[in-house]
Design a protein around this ligand. Structure first.
Ligand code: ATP
Ligand code: ZN
Length: 286
């Protein structure tokens, strides 16, 4: 049997959909039917393990899985010796300290000798030590945000993205311990065949990510402003310029960064460009 790489992804939760989407965008078929714990890709040498996210760093560290997709927060909390192969840019959130919103926040010393509920005791303890604070850590595995309301703790240390969960529980965020996003982690002990499969996977992930960060732009331009227009949208190598059926006009095609297109469009219009189309790119290989 030829070598396969084993990728551990979260069975169900906030990471699952985006992890599966990334794999599918890489052209890899994944069948995660209900209740399945493992499956094999039909068209790529990859096997999947569907696990709780907390277990993923351990499985990768032990070599049961070669790769895993997990939040940086869980990776840091578990403290396993595995490599971050790639930042994946989704499931962005932060691990923060929050207190009841009616309390006055006086600075970091607020947390000296208070009780704090969290699912991240290791990261929290390191933060307290670094700031010479003593606090009583209550480790709980879920619904941390209700702890102050039920009298279990004075404050919480939990994941935040929009802050709406904190708000509905009468809490306010006062310190950020870390920023997190999903990462691809890998075992440091992969054999040569697995490393080669990983390279193929990374090539595809890069093509997906580069595609997402760029847009394809098409426009019509009067020939006498072509030089200026080309200098605004230089493209990957150089823009494609095709003559239009109307005399004196050309169609220009190029690629621009996702974050810059409004400014680029304004500059193009100022140079006489018309009929500007900006379309998403599915994959991009530079
Ligand atoms: P499991 O059952 O697998 O243990 P869980 O309940 O521990 O799941 P989820 O709530 O699904 O975990 O969160 C998984 C990961 O998603 C978190 O570790 C974090 O990296 C990220 N995450 C958590 N909360 C948010 C959020 N509000 N916004 C974006 N990403 C988040
Ligand atoms: Zn979990």
């Amino acid at each position: 049997m030829s070598e396969k790489i084993k990728l551990a992804i979260q069975k169900s939760g906030r990471l699952s959909n985006d992890s599966l989407k990334l794999i599918q965008e890489c052209g890899i078929n994944v069948n995660n039917g209900k209740g399945k714990l493992t499956s094999i890709a039909g068209n790529f040498p990859m096997e999947f393990l569907f696990l709780r996210d907390d277990d993923i760093p351990g499985y990768v560290a032990d070599g049961v899985a070669d790769l895993g997709i997990v939040g940086k927060n869980v990776l840091l909390e578990k403290g396993k010796n595995i490599d971050v192969v790639k930042n994946l840019g989704f499931s962005k959130c932060r691990l923060s300290l929050a207190i009841p919103k009616e309390k006055e926040y006086t600075g970091i010393k607020y947390f000296d000798r208070v009780s704090i509920a969290t699912s991240y005791p290791k990261i929290l303890q390191e933060f307290l030590d670094k700031n010479n604070l003593t606090a009583d850590i209550h480790e709980i595995s879920g619904s941390v945000e209700i702890a102050p309301n039920i009298g279990l703790a004075d404050a919480i240390c939990d994941l935040v993205s929009s802050g709406s969960t904190l708000f509905t529980n009468g809490l306010k965020e006062v310190e950020v311990l870390m920023h997190s996003e999903a990462v691809l982690v890998g075992s440091p002990n992969m054999n040569a065949a697995k490393k080669e499969i990983l390279e193929r996977l990374l090539f595809r992930i890069n093509a997906v990510q580069t595609g997402e960060k760029n847009r394809y732009i098409l426009l019509n331009a009067p020939n006498d402003s072509l030089d200026k227009i080309i200098s605004i949208i230089p493209g990957m190598k150089s823009p494609t310029v095709l003559p239009l059926a109307i005399e004196g006009w050309s169609s220009v095609h190029s690629v621009i960064g996702e974050g810059e297109f409004w400014e680029v469009i304004e500059n193009l219009r100022a140079e006489g460009a018309q009929g500007i189309l900006v379309v998403p790119i599915e994959k991009m290989v530079i």
